[in-house]
Design a protein around this ligand. Structure first.
Ligand SMILES: Nc1nc2c(ncn2[C@@H]2O[C@H](COP(=O)(O)OP(=O)(O)O)[C@@H](O)[C@H]2O)c(=O)[nH]1
Ligand SMILES: [Mg+2]
Length: 192
């Protein structure tokens, strides 16, 4: 969180394996949930590869009140860019950990849990951040259910939702939960 003048800047990051559905989730939220009056820009900025995958990150700011601006990023899931990913965790307030629920992706997800846990040790803001797990691609065949994955990946301590980023299933609930938790943290801060 960054306070500049009378403005509060909140940072939310989507993190997870390549192709898990981070960009699709952000697009769904931006198109279907964020009201027009909160949009500062008309579209998400992306740095993409020639194949249309996120190269470094996607970024979109939204203004939820006169003095609160939320900056949302998706981190590239490509292995080559781990140093960029670490940088994106700095000053983070909220993380959507996007798990690809497909059975064949379980071990790949586990690598990202390990990477995430390393950041958790090193980055102080992350320890205080709101973490929500999205078990995405629940509409696809050959997926694990949430209970199995959260136990296997040891993510039970975080609130979670089974999602489909294409239809938007549960993304509205997850986003609303994230925003209300971050706003109550701000209220607590102001109360002190
Ligand atoms: N069926 C299905 N496809 C999805 C879902 N989420 C993402 N995809 C598809 O998976 C691919 C990768 O998604 P993308 O959002 O670019 O992944 P990212 O690398 O995490 O940003 C795209 O073809 C998406 O349309 C989902 O929940 N269900
Ligand atoms: Mg992407």
């Amino acid at each position: 969180m960054n306070i500049i003048g009378d403005k509060i800047y909140i940072k939310i990051l989507f993190f997870g394996t390549a192709l898990a559905g981070k960009t699709t989730s952000l697009q769904w939220l931006f198109q279907n949930l964020v009201p027009e009056e909160m949009k500062i820009t008309d579209r998400i900025r992306s740095i993409k590869t020639s194949f249309g995958q996120t190269l470094l990150f996607d970024f979109v700011p939204i203004q939820i009140s006169n003095n609160i601006i939320i900056r949302i990023y998706t981190a590239t899931g490509q292995d080559y860019y781990t140093s960029t990913r670490k940088m994106l965790f700095e000053e983070v307030d909220g993380v959507f950990f996007v798990v690809d629920s497909q059975k064949k992706e379980l071990e790949h997800n586990r690598e990202f849990v390990e990477e995430f846990n390393k950041y958790m040790e090193k980055i102080d803001e992350l320890k205080k951040a709101e973490i929500i797990v999205l078990y995405n691609k629940q509409d696809v065949a050959e997926v694990y259910d949430v209970e199995y994955m959260s136990a296997s990946l040891d993510l039970q301590q975080y609130p979670s939702y089974p999602t489909c980023a294409v239809s938007g299933m549960n993304l509205d609930r997850a986003f609303t939960a994230m925003i209300s938790s971050l706003l109550s943290k701000i209220r607590e801060m102001k109360g002190n």
